[in-house]
Design a protein around this ligand. Structure first.
Ligand SMILES: *[C@@H]1O[C@H](CO)[C@@H](O)[C@H](O)[C@H]1NC(C)=O
Ligand SMILES: *[C@@H]1O[C@H](CO)[C@@H](O)[C@H](O)[C@H]1NC(C)=O
Ligand SMILES: *[C@@H]1O[C@H](CO)[C@@H](O)[C@H](O)[C@H]1NC(C)=O
Ligand SMILES: *[C@@H]1O[C@H](CO)[C@@H](O)[C@H](O)[C@H]1NC(C)=O
Ligand SMILES: *[C@@H]1O[C@H](CO)[C@@H](O)[C@H](O)[C@H]1NC(C)=O
Ligand SMILES: *[C@@H]1O[C@H](CO)[C@@H](O)[C@H](O)[C@H]1NC(C)=O
Ligand SMILES: *[C@@H]1O[C@H](CO)[C@@H](O)[C@H](O)[C@H]1NC(C)=O
Ligand SMILES: *[C@@H]1O[C@H](CO)[C@@H](O)[C@H](O)[C@H]1NC(C)=O
Ligand SMILES: *[C@@H]1O[C@H](CO)[C@@H](O)[C@H](O)[C@H]1NC(C)=O
Length: 394
């Protein structure tokens, strides 16, 4: 009887400690850090809701160490996988012309367990922080909230999750500051950028200073580029540019990836900033295919360097159905399969991205068993190194 009451008492004290302690301090410190960086979180009318959600994430970690199902039994590392908080989904009901999927942490852990994924490197899909084009205060504030929330997941479940951070481009100084905060304070293992921001592709001279600042950071830096919807600037307005009858995610995402890496190539952003490694989504998408034409046709001086970078500082994720035939094209550029990383695109386009695509890798004759081991696990460790285990609160 006495033992039982004591246990109950300790349980209550423990619960109080976990909820009350976490609460005020975490949201206060997030507000404090934002204010110190000149970020006005009140520019968004849903800041309180997001901060409460973040507090809940930290609380669930402090009070439960077994939310993650089988406890990270799988060995695969998924570098292309997304979080979709409900508040973000209500702001962004469509992604690439398709409904933005419903998501929660439990669904990520169930998916990871079903595909033997031990670690997921979470990031926001497109449009990421670019939800309020033209509005600097809101863009800068939402980028901070997104990074705080993704970091909350990665820190709270550090045994299974890591994350890559968004930046509020096209705002350069603010993006430099956010990258520094996310990488140095929040424990992000890399940055996720859209293929274009407000109609400008990543090689645009407006962005050079941002990339230089990332390049100057100590240690290898990792940038994952995620395709988004293409926009034209017409009389100063952004107009969605989809010349076909199909959703932009269907075709345009592959071309957006090609456009932005072409721009990074011919402006020599890839070449000059040698401290940055890049993850090219969807096994390179249409980028490898356009290169001979661009380089031999118009930039012959860049041929050797570009193909060299392609084999060393560019990494390619498998997200989507990339292994039926497409991967053979990439490998034909003499890219070694050690540059390929496992990615699933979960929870987006499940009909394209999940079980069947995994089976296509397992069945593939393009890569042998050793190569597949690398794709599932070793290559990501080669890229991220020990950084994959950064960010643990405990
Ligand atoms: C939490 O906040 C309270 C009140 O602001 C403060 O006294 C306490 O030191 C903080 N604890 C931590 C761990 O920061
Ligand atoms: C926030 O403001 C938008 C309009 O800008 C409005 O549609 C929405 O309902 C508001 N949300 C909240 C939580 O107040
Ligand atoms: C952890 O969770 C798994 C799956 O939900 C469950 O089977 C297992 O019993 C739990 N372990 C502990 C120690 O609670
Ligand atoms: C982990 O995997 C091993 C080998 O497949 C299996 O025996 C074990 O039951 C798994 N553990 C959990 C907690 O799922
Ligand atoms: C989590 O998301 C899955 C997939 O959308 C859904 O089936 C499930 O009901 C959700 N769970 C909760 C607790 O919201
Ligand atoms: C960005 O920061 C630099 C110095 O750090 C400053 O000279 C420049 O005016 C700032 N630009 C903007 C647009 O605030
Ligand atoms: C890269 O360096 C070359 C000179 O070697 C220069 O012409 C070019 O503008 C630079 N590009 C960027 C994006 O830094
Ligand atoms: C590229 O490499 C080839 C073969 O090594 C060499 O013949 C050629 O001169 C190089 N081109 C440039 C522009 O350096
Ligand atoms: C597997 O393929 C790689 C090339 O990707 C090759 O170097 C290696 O020798 C092959 N291993 C076996 C066991 O065939």
């Amino acid at each position: 009887m006495r033992t039982h009451s004591l246990t109950v008492l300790f349980f209550h004290i423990f619960t109080l400690f976990c909820t009350a302690q976490g609460n005020s301090n975490i949201s206060e410190s997030i507000r404090h850090n934002a204010a110190a960086d000149g970020i006005n979180l009140a520019a968004l009318n849903f800041t309180d809701l997001v901060l409460n959600e973040i507090v809940g994430i930290y609380d669930s970690a402090q009070c439960s160490n077994n939310i993650s199902g089988n406890g990270g039994n799988g060995s695969r590392i998924d570098v292309h996988t997304h979080l979709v908080p409900d508040w973000y989904r209500s702001l962004v009901p469509l992604t690439g012309g398709n409904p933005t999927p419903q998501w929660n942490l439990t669904s990520t852990f169930s998916f990871m367990d079903s595909e033997n994924i031990g670690r997921s490197v979470l990031s926001f899909s497109s449009p990421g922080a670019a939800v309020f084009p033209g509005n600097q205060a809101m863009t800068v504030a939402i980028a901070r909230l997104m990074n705080e929330e993704t970091a909350a997941y990665a820190r709270s479940f550090a045994d299974r999750l890591s994350f890559m951070a968004v930046v509020p481009l096209p705002y350069i100084n603010e993006s430099i500051q956010e990258a520094k905060y996310a990488l140095d304070e929040l424990g992000a293992v890399g940055l996720v950028l859209l293929s274009s921001f407000e109609g400008k592709y990543l090689g645009d001279p407006a962005f050079t200073e941002f990339f230089q600042s990332v390049n100057e950071k100590e240690g290898k830096q990792i940038i994952f580029v995620h395709p988004g919807t293409p926009y034209l600037i017409v009389n100063g307005d952004l107009v969605e540019a989809n010349p076909t009858r199909y959703p932009t995610g269907f075709l345009e995402f592959y071309f957006e990836t090609a456009r932005t890496f072409q721009d990074l190539t011919v402006t020599q952003t890839l070449d000059n900033l040698s401290n940055i490694d890049w993850i090219v989504p969807h096994a390179g998408a249409a980028y490898p295919t356009i290169l001979d034409r661009v380089l031999y046709g118009s930039f012959p001086a860049l041929v050797n360097d570009t193909y060299d970078i392609m084999k060393t500082r560019l990494w390619y994720d498998t997200a989507g159905p990339t292994f039926h035939h497409q991967i053979g094209g990439l490998l034909a550029y003499d890219v070694d399969d050690s540059q390929i990383l496992f990615g699933t695109d979960f929870p987006y386009v499940p009909q394209l991205s999940q079980a069947g695509s995994l089976q296509a890798i397992l069945d593939s004759n393009f890569v042998n068993e050793t190569g597949k081991e690398g794709i599932f696990n070793g290559n990501a460790k080669g890229l991220f190194g020990e950084d994959l285990d950064r960010g643990c609160l405990h």
